[in-house]
Design a protein around this ligand. Structure first.
Ligand SMILES: [Zn+2]
Length: 83
């Protein structure tokens, strides 16, 4: 997830970016927020997502605000066993 506004090619691989609506996972400490249908640019080659500054700020605001989310989903936490 790389914040960007006016890119046309992927910073990671140089692939072409297309406009899409994506699901974004944001984390603030132990708090995790899911955002659906976030306007973004997505690399056609590697799938890297670039969210615009406006959308990024909107997500920050939504998570900082004491308003209730539209719905809540359970998120399991797994501890990876060392092999
Ligand atoms: Zn790419």
């Amino acid at each position: 997830m790389t914040p960007s506004s006016m890119k046309t090619t992927c910073f990671m691989c140089g692939g072409r970016l297309t406009t899409a609506r994506v699901r974004v996972v944001r984390q603030r400490g132990d708090e995790i927020g899911l955002f659906d249908a976030v306007p973004a640019k997505v690399c056609e080659h590697c799938g890297e997502q670039y969210v615009g500054l406006k959308a990024a700020r909107g997500m920050e605001t939504a998570m900082a605000a004491p308003e209730k989310p539209s719905r809540t989903v359970k998120v399991p936490v797994y501890a990876l066993q060392e092999a």
